[in-house]
Unconditional design. Structure first.
Length: 318
């Protein structure tokens, strides 16, 4: 591909950097190297590029920086923690702040979703939620439940489980068949709701796709249904009025876990801490990441129903 370099102009003395080694994600790399666009600083809701131009960060750091960029109190808190204890393996030993953080998150989550499992990203949170669902059904003697349901146009991360759940063809087409046992409901981007603010009046019946999938696979084989309360990576698609509540009813009827992927919608994006609260529907698990640390540290988490946690723990050997 040849060698690519770029002259950074954000300092008094311009310097050349190589563009060869870094392989950028979700980016046409050849196009970028032909015309690099560099961000060198951020504060509040703004970016600055290497030419000194001030840009509005219209996606809030890809939904990570809900509290804005450059928060000194966040940077100082991270620095203090790194100086005190930079890393300790989370197996068999704990750190007090792990427990304190889990408690503070549990104070914000709906219902009994007060058991918090940490990871390093939203993708990892989705994978963890899939494993929790399988472990829960095995713990209660229903190990045959291994089918997962998602939607067209969904995005659930970049690991193999999340890619299999996702309904974006360009995220799937290069990676083979993915995980088996994944069924997709139709998306809810119906033309009758175009340009309608909030929840549209049309499309709630699309939730019946879940009932159809249950009838096809058998309820005894379905583990969980994963949905983004508001689809984000495919556009900002607010669900039809009554859609999420109907999914909750079908899941309850058939013993299926309902998982809300709130990696984007969590932490105030919908006016409440989580979209589950905004829509008045409590799932069995919530995945989160991004704004949980304001993008300052890589972190994801799964908020799990106390019922699910206790069932798994009680089934473990003494």
């Amino acid at each position: 591909m040849g060698h690519a370099e770029f002259t950074l102009r954000d300092k008094v003395d311009a310097r050349r950097i190589s563009l060869d080694e870094y392989w950028m994600p979700f980016t046409p790399n050849r196009e970028f190297k032909a015309d690099p666009r560099m961000i060198v600083r951020a504060e509040g809701m703004y970016f600055w590029n290497d030419r000194g131009e001030k840009l509005i960060d219209a996606s809030s750091g890809l939904f990570c920086c809900a509290a804005g960029h450059g928060r000194k109190e966040i940077a100082e808190a991270v620095g203090r923690q790194l100086a005190e204890l930079d890393f300790s393996a989370p197996f068999l030993r704990g750190h007090p702040r792990q427990f304190e953080l889990a408690t503070r998150i549990a104070e914000m989550t709906p219902g009994d979703l007060n058991r918090i499992f940490f990871g390093n990203s939203g993708s990892e949170a989705v994978e963890s939620a899939m494993k929790v669902a399988l472990a829960y059904h095995q713990a209660r003697g229903q190990g045959g439940r291994n089918v997962f349901v998602s939607r067209e146009r969904a995005y659930h991360g970049v690991n193999f489980g999340g890619v299999a759940l996702s309904g974006l063809v360009n995220n799937r087409r290069k990676f083979g068949t993915g995980l088996p046992g994944i069924a997709h409901m139709r998306h809810t981007h119906v033309k009758e709701n175009f340009f309608v603010p909030g929840e549209g009046e049309h499309g709630a019946e699309l939730a019946e796709d879940l009932a159809r999938i249950v009838a096809m696979h058998g309820a005894e084989n379905v583990a969980a249904c994963f949905v983004e309360p508001i689809a984000g990576s495919t556009g900002v698609l607010v669900p039809p009025k009554g859609y999420l509540k109907r999914l909750r009813e079908i899941c309850d009827q058939h013993g299926i876990l309902l998982v809300f992927d709130e990696v984007i919608t969590g932490w105030g994006r919908t006016g409440q801490a989580f979209a589950a609260q905004s829509f008045g529907v409590t799932p069995d698990m919530i995945t989160m990441a991004k704004a949980v640390t304001n993008g300052a540290q890589p972190m994801g988490a799964v908020a799990v129903s106390e019922r699910i946690h206790d069932t798994i723990v009680a089934a473990a050997p003494e």
